[in-house]
Ligand binder design. Structure first.
Ligand code: GRF
Length: 225
């Protein structure tokens, strides 16, 4: 069973997807705490509805990003979080958080990375005129949306699409993909190999390989799921 912490800033529909998957026993995990940096984030209601503890840690109360991340780490540790999920968390994270959860931070991004990292990815893709958009679940590293890719889902762009319609179809795929990948992790089916040596089983039992050079490669033992 994964002990998750989820960081949000807004709507929290991906958080809801994770909580629903747990409730429906599609995901062998527990959300120990949901932390929002925005007091009014609607996503907090999803946590409350599932009886999950919530915390508001306002980044504006800290002198810099590292101090904010230090407070996050303290709270996540207090809630015995092993794996962290960024579900619409709109803050750049620092090595303080990365080093506390090495290769144990999962992000969902609404594009087929490495295309369209950063903000407004769906608009970037739509404006570019791609014919296939999608979403990516990846491990977080020090870059912006650059970490090892765990899984992606493609979403065709229809001639009739406008940007909101495309965004909605991508989001629906996110809601399927994120809990599915977390379940792979829960089953110990995800392993990370860092180029130049060092295997790290990124499953529930342990992750390693955060140190050292080279781009990490992720292998997923897919089984029948
Ligand atoms: C999603 O599109 C996610 O990919 C991105 O931020 C959005 C969050 O949506 N990182 P929600 O708060 O989960 O509804």
């Amino acid at each position: 069973m994964l002990n998750l912490g989820v960081l949000i800033s807004g709507t929290g529909s991906n958080l809801k997807a994770v909580l629903d998957a747990i409730a429906e026993k599609r995901l062998d995990a527990r959300v120990n705490v949901v932390v929002s940096n925005v007091a009014t984030a609607p996503g907090l209601e999803h946590a409350r509805a599932h009886g999950v503890p919530t915390l508001i840690i306002d980044h504006k109360a800290f002198p810099n990003r590292a101090a904010f991340d230090g407070a996050l780490v303290e709270s996540l540790r207090a809630h015995e979080v092993d794996w962290l999920v960024l579900a619409g968390f709109m803050r750049v994270i620092t090595p303080v958080l990365l080093d506390a959860f090495p290769l144990r931070i999962v992000n969902i991004h609404p594009s087929l990375l490495p295309a369209f990292p950063g903000m407004h990815a769906q608009k970037q893709a739509f404006d570019y005129g791609v014919r296939v958009a999608g979403c990516t679940v990846h491990l977080v590293d020090a870059g912006t949306d650059t970490g090892p890719i765990l899984a992606q889902a493609a979403v065709p762009v229809l001639d009739t699409d406008d940007e909101p319609a495309l965004r909605a179809r991508i989001l629906a795929e996110e809601h399927t993909l994120l809990p599915r990948v977390l379940q792979w992790i829960a089953e110990g089916r995800v392993s990370v190999t860092r180029a130049g040596g060092g295997d790290g089983a990124a499953g529930a039992g342990g992750a390693s390989g955060a140190e050292g050079g080279g781009r990490a490669r992720v292998t997923v033992a897919r089984g029948e799921a």
